[in-house]
Design a protein around this ligand. Structure first.
Ligand code: ZN
Length: 278
């Protein structure tokens, strides 16, 4: 029997604004409430970005991350995965501060990539510093893979003792400027991983559903949410919980059971975070 499916929801991201979709949670309170609905629908992990509540712009503010993390702890079993992504040229200091909240996981992009509107810069030294911070706080990195070379970079971090195996990867596919969302590319990414690694697949826009289905069939895990895709189908806006519900239904039809947050902890090999241990 295949491992149970770990569903990550990425409800907010950096891009969608209320003017594009009313379903995107922006304030910490909206993000917390949305995450709770997604947990009830079957999500095990929530990938957290925060926004300035006034302008809706991506924000590095510690107090906003803190409000989300603390709002979910105690009310939820969800695995909290804080994004260390930094659009609009956020500095290392701005991107690492939130790690002091000791979420169980955090994203770590192991290379630079062209986004449609900007260069997403992750220099070797920035990647090393973020990886070292995560080790110190006992946070499991999710290696964000926008292109094949980023897998090699992640394995190199592990070889140098900057990340502890088994590694966990998220393939972000179908973003213009990064790896195209094709079955062949997914097979290649999957076959480039060490045997003990776990992986999730995210598809951007219309690639979300087909890549999720491939992930379910191939024994990987999936990410859904408005960060990657705001539509249920062409022309019809989705809510985050609808996207979770749909992927749960499809997984069950395909004979793949869905992991609870605690089952996901075992699958992803999470240890207790520092704040809980000490
Ligand atoms: Zn993100």
């Amino acid at each position: 029997m295949m491992t149970k499916l770990v569903i990550t929801v990425a409800p907010t991201g950096s891009l969608p604004m209320k003017s594009k979709t009313p379903h995107v949670p922006i304030t910490p309170k909206e993000i917390v409430e949305c995450a709770l609905r997604c947990e009830a629908a079957g999500a095990a992990v929530v990938h957290v970005h925060v926004r300035d509540p006034e302008t809706q712009a991506p924000s590095p503010r510690y107090d906003l991350f803190q409000e989300v993390v603390e709002g979910l702890r105690g009310r939820s079993r969800l695995i909290l995965q804080v994004s260390t992504g930094g659009r609009a040229g956020m500095s290392y200091e701005e991107r690492c501060q939130r790690l002091a909240l000791c979420p169980e996981m955090a994203s770590l992009t192991t290379g630079s990539v062209n986004f449609p509107d900007a260069v997403y810069i992750n220099s070797p030294s920035l990647i090393e510093k973020l990886a070292a911070d995560m080790l110190r706080y006992r946070i499991k990195p999710e290696m964000e893979i926008f292109d094949t070379s980023m897998i090699a970079n992640a394995l190199d971090l592990a070889a140098r003792g900057l990340a502890r195996p088994p590694l966990h990867f998220n393939f972000v596919m179908g973003l213009k400027g990064a790896i195209p969302a094709t079955a062949e590319n997914l097979m290649h990414l999957k076959s480039s991983l060490p045997a003990d690694a776990t992986w999730t697949v995210s598809g951007i826009g219309p690639a979300q559903l087909p890549m999720n289905v491939l992930g379910i069939v191939l024994g990987g895990h999936v990410r859904v949410g408005l960060e990657d895709n705001i539509y249920y189908r062409k022309g019809v806006l989705a809510s985050n919980e609808q996207l979770v519900e749909r992927v749960v239904r499809i997984a069950r039809e395909l004979g793949r059971e869905v992991a609870s947050p605690d089952e996901a902890r075992a699958i992803l090999g999470l240890t207790e975070p520092l704040s809980v241990v000490s």
